[in-house]
Structures are given as structure tokens and as C-alpha cells.
Design a protein around this ligand. Sequence first.
Ligand code: SIN
Length: 353
Amino acid sequence: MSPLCPSVSHVQTAAPAVSLPQVALLATGGTIAGVAASPLEQIDYAAGVLGVERMLESLPGIEGVARIVRRQCANLPSENCTPEHWALLAQGCALALQDPETCGAVLTHGTDTLEESAFYLYLTLPPEKPVVLTGAMRPATSLSADGPINIRDAVAVAASPAACGRGALLVMNGRILSARTAIKIATVDVEAFAAPESGGLGRAINGQALFFADCGGPAPLAGAYAALAGRADLPRVDVLYACAGMATDLVRHSAAHAQGLVLAGMGNGSMPSAVRDLLREAAGQGLTVVRASRTGAGPVTPLPGYAPFIPSGMLSPAKARVLLMLSLAATAHLPPAHRQAAAAAAFAQGGRL
Ligand code: SIN
């Protein structure tokens, strides 16, 4: 385990009222646990410094909302998160949710890779009990820090029966989003996450979780890779960003070293012809290739000229990588053509509108 990712520091239940719902709070670092030199400093700070107890000090009254079982899972800036951390988070959530008293879990997490961890948890955790990720765009020491209110909202959502069955969720700035569709859309704004096409699932208002609609059927692929939860040695999948005149040696390198490749293509997943030809050759030798888009909105659709590459549908390049890693891990025992077919089926589900 990484030194940045200490094992459980402690588990403590602090709360008197037995009638309140019990929520597990798993802290992992990020800006929400960040410290700056002054309350006026919003940009230059160290992320992942404060422990969960210190974070809760800025939330007086939270024990009136839920019984909080807290645990420090890690304390790092999320740009240093790896699949090992994803595995650790999945194990931490599974352990916390085993307690029949616990109705849901909240993870505090850095926002920079939150969408990847959130989608991994969406894909690997059974959706019956809510798992809600949140973070902050301003450090804990900041004037108008957004972390405390985000934790309060996330706890309210995790405690809500209406959140069950939807797969992992993300709560930021009063919005409830699916971990399948939410992406980070802003570098410094507190309104940092959105699901640009499908929109949000609801809002957290004054400590209440309000969903726009009932759950309405199974969340696509939620918990589909539960058998892989906690497995750190996922296959290597690279993401390459397409641009005019891109160097093909990068493509050759990835094709030689990775088992899967996501091309963050131009527009509807297009790429220079030289890249397409190289990737087609690599796909013939067993590389699974996904066409995603660098645009940030809209589906990547199937196109005959790009067979046999798999269109990512609604999944961003970063999310497509997570799904491809899990799909390739789940089908490692199969011949390449079957692995590619299984990945195509997974993207048809996971990337749907
Ligand atoms: C991080 O992702 O750890 C830093 C940025 C943030 O949490 O907003």
C-alpha cells in the first residue's frame, strides 16, 4: 500500500441518537482537506492535509443529521490516485456498508480525479446502499470554503432511501449527479461538476435530498464488476489525445505496451488516417481500442469507417478508460476477439444516453 495511503486510522461512532440514520464517512484527501497560508488564498494550497476529525470540526451539528462512523482511508491530492487507491476505496466502502446499521457511505475525495474513482465505485459496488462522493474547490482554510456544506449535503443524500439503487453518486454544490455521467467541467469554480447531456438526478437543499424522479429501473452497469472490487492489478489502458498532426510514435508506444487504448478523438471520435491505420493494425493483434471524444459533450457513435474500434457513447475518455480496464480484467481469460466483443457490449450499456 502506498505511504500516501495509510491504513485505517480509526473507526469511531460519535452520536447519541439511535433513531438517526448511520452513515459511514470515508476521508481520502483532496482540497476538501486542504490547507492554504491564508483564508484569502483559494488557489495555492496543499491538498490532503487535514484528517477527518479536523474536517468534521467545521461541521457542528452534523451529528444531528446522521450518526457518523468516520474512517481515514487515505490523505492525498487526487492527482496521485491510482487503481490501487480505487481498490482500497472499494474495499473500504464494502466493509463500511456490511454493517447493517449503516445505510450509506460518503467519500471525501479530491475533485481532479473524482470522476474516475466515482465511476470505478459505480461499476464495482452493488447499488443497493448509496455511495456518495464529494469534494471541494476551495481549501478547508478558505473564506467561504465549500467543503463543509458539500459534506452535509452528501450525508443527507447517503441517508436518503431515495438514493438507493442508483449506483454511486456525486454531490457537489447542491447538485446530485450520477457517477456514470458526471464530469469535471471547471478548473476553479465551485460549480465544478455536471452531466452535460443527461443533467443531474436531483438537488440537496437545506439538508434534504430531492430527486427529480424515482429510480426507475436498474442503473446501467452499476455493480457489474463487483467481482473485481478491490483488485489493484488492472490491465494497462492508455488515453491518447488526438490533435492535428499528432505524432504517431506515441500511438506505436501505447500499442506495444498497453492492453487497451482510448483515443480522445476529435469531434465524433475521429483521428488522423495514419493513427487510424496504426490502431487498426494493433487491434488485429489484440489491442482493444475505444473511440472517445475530446469535445466534452455528445455521444461518440458507431461509424463503419472506424470498425473495429468501440465507440465510447456518452463516456468521457477518462471514464472510458476505467470501464475498459475493468472489462479487460474481467475477460482476461478469453481470446482477443471475445474480449473486444465483451468490451463493445459493456460500452453499449455503460455509455448509453
Ligand atoms: C485534488 O484533486 O486533490 C485537488 C483538487 C481538488 O480537490 O479540487
